[in-house]
Write a protein that binds this ligand. Structure first.
Ligand code: CTP
Length: 401
């Protein structure tokens, strides 16, 4: 899986930097091409000579080469990489990455890299547990970075706790698994509905909802990263298309979303209905702005098509269909009934009662319920990580791993 992969290994000033030599060797043995970018503090812990002997390339640390003043382009480096791995990552580097403080070669490379980023923190237990470190890690997760959680054990301070950098072999396994998963949906067409819908009342007013589209866009990104051809049918959102290969269809109303979904699904392998579709639309659209007057106002609303249920009706053998449920009471019972009613293969339940779950935030907390009665609960995670869990379920539904 790592054969020919271009990996930047960022090393920062932690005692765990001594393990970076072994990590470099392990990546190279698997066929990866490794470029080391080390911070000035990192060099206090491991010598660049050791690292360049292992990679066969000069180690990059400063913006300019000490030998001849050549400028090292962090932009070129960032674009060269298939993956950026920062191991060990200190609290300071994590804080700078989270806040865009680009005062060394590693952080500037990180900011200009387009490749997936893996971060393996290493620090003392209290530093790791500190709210600022945890907040910064949360920010980094919300930007789509992958955090390789530190292990619990004896630390350099001789204290026991969580903060040891994950073992190099485990880190390599994580990265191999990541590249492996990128192939798992190759050749599959996946339709995703995302965001809210707006139902027009008059030229200046509509009925809408608070959906941000972040969950659906994260799903689209993960499917595309795993090689799928994604058709993203997006209601009115302000999000950029999360992957260059995605075919995005912007719609406004539930009816437009319905038509786009019905056209795309017959040739697709799967659909995920993630949109918060308005259940009703004004029966009448007024072409001129409604005027205020002293009387009560009654708007007549007509039910919209249930897009998910309509897809469920035309679902063929071998196709998968998944949907969401946002419930406030009898959550599991309602979600399972919804799954059956709409002919979903599985349903993702987020409860409005759970802290960290819901519409506008960057995190979500879900459980997945299957047709055969199985269910799985997940902790609060970034929407990107939640998307990854859901896409795992979809891949299994399509008969993959
Ligand atoms: N959905 C859809 N089209 C609709 C309404 C909902 O495709 N017109 C999809 C959503 O994308 C989601 C699932 O159906 O995957 C559940 O949506 P939800 O609003 O919870 O369900 P409703 O059918 O509206 O049920 P209720 O509001 O009664 O709970």
């Amino acid at each position: 899986m790592l054969k020919g992969k271009k990996i930047i290994l960022g090393i920062t000033g932690s005692i765990a930097a001594y393990k970076a030599a072994y990590l470099t060797r392990a990546l190279i043995k698997k066929g990866a091409e490794v470029q080391i970018v080390i911070t000035p503090a990192g060099k206090e812990f491991i010598t660049p000579v050791t690292l360049s002997a292992l990679t066969g390339k000069p180690v990059v640390s400063e913006f300019f080469s000490a030998n001849d003043g050549t400028w090292h382009s962090h932009v070129d480096l960032g674009l060269w990489a298939d993956l950026l791995l920062i191991a060990p990552a200190t609290a300071s580097t994590i804080g700078k990455m989270a806040n865009g403080i680009a005062d060394n070669m590693l952080i500037t490379t990180y900011l200009s890299a387009k490749a997936p980023v893996f971060i393996a923190p290493a620090m003392d237990l209290d530093m790791f547990a500190h709210p600022s470190t945890q907040h910064n890690l949360e920010l980094l997760r919300s930007y789509g970075n992958h955090i390789i959680e530190p292990a619990t054990g004896e630390l350099a301070s001789h204290l026991e706790g969580k903060g040891r950098m994950e073992e190099p072999d485990r880190i390599v396994e994580r990265i191999e698994a990541f590249f492996a998963s990128r192939q798992s949906l190759r050749g599959r067409k996946i339709v995703i509905t995302a965001g809210p819908t707006y139902e027009k009342i008059d030229p200046v007013r509509f009925i809408g909802n608070y959906s941000s589209g972040k969950m659906g866009f994260s799903l689209a990104r993960v499917c595309a990263e795993r090689g799928a051809d994604v058709v993203l049918i997006a209601g009115p959102v302000t999000l950029p298309t999360p992957h260059a290969s995605i075919k995005r269809i912007d719609v406004e109303s539930a009816d437009e979303m319905y038509r786009a979904a019905m056209e795309a699904y017959p040739t697709a392998d799967a659909a995920i209905c993630c949109a918060a579709v308005a259940d009703y639309a004004p029966a009448e659209y007024r072409s001129t702005k409604m005027k205020r007057n002293a009387d009560d106002l009654t708007l007549v609303l007509r039910p919209n098509k249930d897009i998910a249920a309509e897809l469920g009706k035309i679902k063929r053998a071998g196709q998968c269909l998944a949907g969401f449920a946002l419930e406030t009471d009898h959550e599991a019972e309602n979600a399972v009934a919804k799954m059956q009613r709409k002919n979903f293969d599985f349903i993702v339940l987020n409860s409005l009662r759970d802290a960290g779950a819901g519409f506008r935030g960057d995190t979500n907390k879900v459980s997945i319920w299957y047709r055969d009665g199985r269910s799985a609960d997940y902790p609060v995670k970034s929407k990107l990580e939640v998307a990854s869990d859901i896409v795992d379920a979809l891949t299994a539904c399509l008969g993959g791993e």
